[in-house]
Design a protein around this ligand. Structure first.
Ligand SMILES: [Zn+2]
Length: 377
């Protein structure tokens, strides 16, 4: 006969087993490329860890406390001098805050991928809500009004979920540079940004019942951009709105002087056939006032280039937006511009000032994504 105590233990274990698959299903993991094309990495783990072949999911070895290097060899990947015959290694740690790569702490697990060019890619597999905490500090300052932080958390969550949906067959969903979302890992978390993520847990922005790519940028300086002019996206929430909220943003205007030789070199490095630059003319603007095309007057054969390509080639941190005037003075190009970022979707400094005026996160998201709804994922 089974003792009452045993019955209780079985009951408890039974309940646990019943509940576990549900909560595991609810947890979503995002795969973030934190480094690409590296040749050498430092890996530190405090606590117990497992090294698995990511292709077969077989545990290769286990250990405690690791301080080593990661490189590749012809047959696979090397941790220190331990060879693993696989192109994809997965490192798990029992401590969620234990993995340190090149001096930065990451939550979750890490995958190393040996690429065909013998470079190493590092992918952080992390719970979605933890990922949002890691990026929020970079995307908005932690002293910002809580309603602006909440709006940003929901926009970041929706953007990440959309990328996860789109990139299912690739090795990763997002990169950690400015072209997707800036992700700094555990080192970047702060109390108030974490609170904004916790208090909006699971909330997303939808349009006609579906999530979409909820773009955002630092400052629009008057009007957000129509996404269809930059990418192949044509939906109402991303068609652009007037914005007077960001007029006191520190990024409302910008100024930069570049020598014509620097511009010439950057265009040549990007593969353009180019001779000496004589002048730079604006040859097209869209309805938001941003430049669509530039005409670069050369010694021979002028060059037509899209403003979006020009900005990326020079550097998106120098040419902060495509809303600028340019004048050639002697051997320099003098840029006077407005706003920071591509201008699509939520204007972050606009959200900051809306929150200062007492608007809540729903007001902010509905303003910058007109026609959209906020719902639980
Ligand atoms: Zn704005």
């Amino acid at each position: 006969m089974v003792s009452p105590l045993r019955q209780i233990i079985f009951l408890v274990i039974g309940f646990y087993l019943l509940l576990t698959p549900c909560s595991a299903q609810d947890t979503q993991y995002v795969r973030v490329a934190i480094l690409q094309d590296a040749s050498f990495l430092r890996l530190k783990i405090n606590g117990f860890y497992e090294v698995l072949d990511a292709l077969t999911r077989k545990v290769l070895y286990r250990g405690k406390n690791l301080n080593t290097t990661v490189t590749v060899y012809a047959g696979g990947i090397l941790l220190g001098n331990i060879k693993s015959k696989t192109d994809k290694l997965f490192i798990k740690s029992d401590d969620p805050l234990a993995i340190n790569i090149n001096g930065r702490l990451f939550r979750g697990n890490i995958q190393f991928i040996k690429m065909s060019n013998l470079g190493l890619s590092v992918i952080n597999h992390i719970e979605l809500e933890d990922y949002i905490k890691g990026i929020l500090y970079h995307e908005s300052s932690h002293y910002w009004p809580i309603e602006a932080l909440k709006a940003q958390a929901i926009a970041c969550r929706t953007f990440a979920l959309y990328q996860m949906q789109e990139n299912k067959t690739r090795d990763f969903d997002l990169t950690s540079d400015i072209y997707s979302q800036v992700y700094g890992g555990r080192t970047s978390e702060r109390y108030r940004t974490n609170r904004a993520v916790d208090e909006t847990k699971g909330y997303v922005v939808t349009y006609q019942g579906k999530i979409f790519s909820t773009y955002y940028h630092a400052t629009c300086s008057g009007h957000t951009e129509d996404a269809s002019l930059l990418w192949n996206i044509n939906i109402m929430p991303l068609k652009g709105v007037a914005c007077s909220f960001c007029k006191d943003s520190p990024h409302f205007s910008w100024h930069y002087v570049l020598s014509l030789d620097e511009i010439k070199d950057k265009l040549a490095n990007a593969g353009y056939k180019i001779s000496n630059i004589k002048n730079i003319l604006i040859s097209g603007k869209d309805k938001s006032g941003r430049i669509t095309n530039l005409k670069i007057i050369l010694n021979k054969n002028d060059l037509e280039i899209s403003a979006k390509d020009f900005r990326n080639i020079i550097s998106p941190n120098i040419i902060r937006s495509t809303n600028f005037n340019v004048q050639v003075v002697n051997h320099d190009a003098v840029f006077e511009g407005f706003g920071w970022g591509h201008g699509v979707g939520l204007c972050q400094w606009g959200a900051y000032f809306m929150a200062k005026l007492g608007r809540n996160y729903q007001d902010i998201l509905k303003y910058y994504y007109p026609g959209a709804q906020i719902s639980l994922d």
